[in-house]
Design a protein around this ligand. Structure first.
Ligand SMILES: [Zn+2]
Length: 132
């Protein structure tokens, strides 16, 4: 079991960059699109609209990529999803953790409590389980 946390990208942060700006390798599959990022930043997309659209991208992520993410767990059974957003803000890293636990509950547990802005989306409320 891998505990999925989230963190802010910094010089010292250890984890998996899942941003459209700088993710690499299999992690790119977990990045949103620039269109989504810009849409959310400008307010053209609400949190809920962003979550639905990004959730649709997550539903296309291959099983190999989820397995790859599982394999990124450290010896303590944890992996951190990194983005430029500050902790506590609406961020797609929370959506990844919620979704991963939803589709592979034997592999993943969401280990960073998402903010209300994430949990209050219809998208998140539509998932069977919420973060522990
Ligand atoms: Zn973010």
């Amino acid at each position: 079991m891998v505990s999925l946390r989230r963190g802010q990208i910094s010089r010292t942060a250890v984890g998996i960059d899942v941003t459209v700006m700088s993710s690499q390798g299999p992690a790119r599959q977990l990045a949103p699109t620039w269109e989504l990022v810009r849409g959310h930043k400008t307010g053209a997309l609400s949190d809920n609209e962003y979550a639905h659209a990004y959730g649709a991208l997550l539903s296309m992520v291959s099983n190999e990529t989820w397995k790859w993410l599982f394999d990124q767990g450290n010896e303590e059974g944890a992996a951190s999803l990194l983005c430029y957003c500050r902790d506590g803000n609406f961020c797609h890293t929370h959506l990844v953790a919620l979704y991963a636990e939803h589709i592979q509950p034997d592999w993943f547990v969401c280990a960073t409590q998402p903010p209300a802005s994430v949990l209050d989306t219809e998208w998140a409320q539509g998932l069977v389980k919420t973060c522990n």
